[in-house]
Design a protein around this ligand. Structure first.
Ligand code: MV4
Length: 501
């Protein structure tokens, strides 16, 4: 059993840093790679060694698989961690890494191939009697046959691209008359986005919840589930808030979903960290959708409630260690939330607001974790995802995790770019969110700029009212000293507010 000594992290930003931190704790050296846009980035500063791999556009740097492998070999790294995005779910890259004599910190190329295609994923899962959304068993080849099947399933149906992701190549069909035109759209979108026009039909579930299960498997066939993450609050297929555990999942449902997720992982001989996605209908029936064969953005909420460092586990699995725990050892402790802080303007249709972080002060204190890759004075590059940070809180229960998150949002001081912090706060105080009774339509149903402004004003009015009340009572106590303190405090506060907007 060969221990990994040095890892090349083939990624950037918060996730590169996140991976290096676990490596460091394990006594493993790290190599950062960076594009010319990321020369000053924190992941570059943190690593033991750093290599510039090209120009800012991803296809001229972070996506250059052969160059990454060459760099790893040159610097005597023995493993590559791909993070998420970029090459993380590229089976060809995973295979080339292994063929170069390096360890790919992730699943086998074969698992990536099976789960990278929705139809082959469903086919694999079907053999283990995993619940699937009713639909066509394979790709549509004959339009009349497909229409017949759609009628049998019952409208509305959903046409999906087998190679799909992020909602691309997905079309809702309300009735048989529009079936053919919607299918043509889905096929051409799938063809142009993925170079694969294969589509299939499923029963359309109108307002589903998105609940996913984290799994870990070793190379000896041991697989465990690390419970669920609720990811229903999303905007245009971009997750906004994630939490663990879900407010609607009972212990029995958790066990059933967890055992299904383990079977899905078994169906493709999975090892490493993976996520099995389900959609859940209003009756709380769940159906397997797909499996993500990478470490996910929202993995920290699972770490918070299980106490397991998922990156460490990935590394141990990659170097052929057996899992050091079994299912019965895993328990949920408390509750965790994550919000994604994007450099986007919620008041302007979430337009990316790229710029320099003139002020950047992270929230701190009990139960708060910030995973980010920026510091004050840095400019957010235009070439990549505009995520500034992930703000994660942990509490003894859901209420405490929410209260802590709202406190942390209030502490977060970001000046120079607009962020989604105010939008997240809007969600966190919403009755539907608080009740747990929400689905993937949350943002559509409840969010508007007017409501966001109204909420902000309400908060500001409360602050003003509280201050006036305090001032009056101080005045009655006729203490000038205190009054002055209070005034200077209120100035500071409003200043901060303005700058934060
Ligand atoms: C669905 C669905 C309703 N019915 N499948 C969106 C992306 C892809 N991962 C699967 N997706 C969906 N599949 C059926 N049969 C609704 C969605 C969906 C969705 C799923 C999870 C999280 C957010 C979503 C937002 C819109 C649609």
């Amino acid at each position: 059993m060969k221990k990994i000594q040095k890892i090349l992290v083939a990624n950037r930003g918060e996730i590169a840093l996140r991976i290096m931190r676990s490596a460091k704790e394990m006594g493993i050296k790290t190599v950062a790679v960076f594009s010319e846009a990321d020369r000053q980035a924190l992941h570059v500063q943190y690593a033991d060694e750093a290599v510039c791999i090209g120009l800012p556009p991803s296809n001229q740097s972070y996506l250059k698989g052969d160059l990454l492998i060459e760099t790893a070999l040159k610097l005597n790294a023995d493993a590559i961690h791909p993070g998420y995005g970029f090459l993380s779910e590229n089976a060809t890259f995973a295979k080339k890494v292994t063929e170069a004599g390096l360890i790919f910190i992730g699943p086998s190329p074969e698992s990536i191939v099976i789960m990278g295609d929705k139809l082959s994923a469903k086919e694999a899962a079907q053999k283990y009697n995993i619940p699937l959304v009713p639909g066509t068993p394979g790709a549509i080849t004959d339009i009349e046959e497909a229409k017949q099947k759609a009628t049998q399933i019952g409208y509305p149906v959903l046409i999906k691209a087998s190679a799909g992701g992020g909602g691309k190549g997905m079309r809702v069909v309300e009735n048989s008359e529009e079936f053919e035109s919607q299918m043509q759209r889905a096929v051409s979108e799938a063809q142009s986005s993925f170079g694969n026009g294969a589509v299939f039909v499923e029963k359309y579930i109108g307002s589903p919840k998105h609940i996913e299960i984290q799994v870990l498997g070793d190379k000896y066939g041991n697989i465990v589930y690390l419970f669920e993450r609720e990811c229903s609050v999303q905007r245009r297929h971009q997750k906004v808030i994630e939490e663990a555990p879900s407010a609607v999942v009972s212990p029995q449902m958790r066990k059933a979903m967890g055992e299904c997720a383990v079977m899905v992982a078994k169906s493709c001989n999975y090892f490493g960290a993976g996520t099995v996605e389900f959609i859940v209908d209003e009756k709380l029936d769940f159906y397997f959708l797909e499996m993500n064969t990478r470490l996910q953005v929202e993995h920290p909420v699972t770490e918070q409630i299980t106490g397991i460092d998922l990156v460490k586990e990935q590394i141990k699995i990659a170097q052929d260690e057996a899992l050091s725990f079994v299912q019965e050892d895993l328990k949920i402790q408390g509750h965790s939330l994550e919000i994604r802080v994007y450099a986007e303007d919620p008041k302007n249709n979430f337009l990316p607001d790229i710029g320099t972080l003139e002020t950047y002060q992270r929230p701190q204190g009990v139960g708060v974790r910030v995973d980010d890759g920026f510091s004050e004075g840095m400019t957010i590059p235009i070439y990549y995802d505009p995520m500034i940070a992930k703000l994660i809180t942990f509490g003894k229960d859901r209420q405490e995790a929410i209260e802590r998150m709202r406190r942390a949002i209030a502490e977060y001081k970001i000046v120079g770019v607009e962020t989604t912090l105010s939008f997240c706060d809007f969600v966190l105080q919403h009755e539907a969110f608080l009740s747990g009774n929400f689905d993937t339509k949350f943002v559509e149903k409840y969010f508007s700029v007017d409501k966001l402004n109204a909420k902000n004003n309400e908060t500001e009015m409360n602050v003003v009212a509280a201050l006036i009340g305090k001032l009056l009572s101080e005045k009655n106590n006729s203490s000038n000293q205190k009054e002055n303190n209070l005034l200077s405090h209120s100035n500071k506060k409003s200043n901060w507010k303005n700058r934060n907007r």
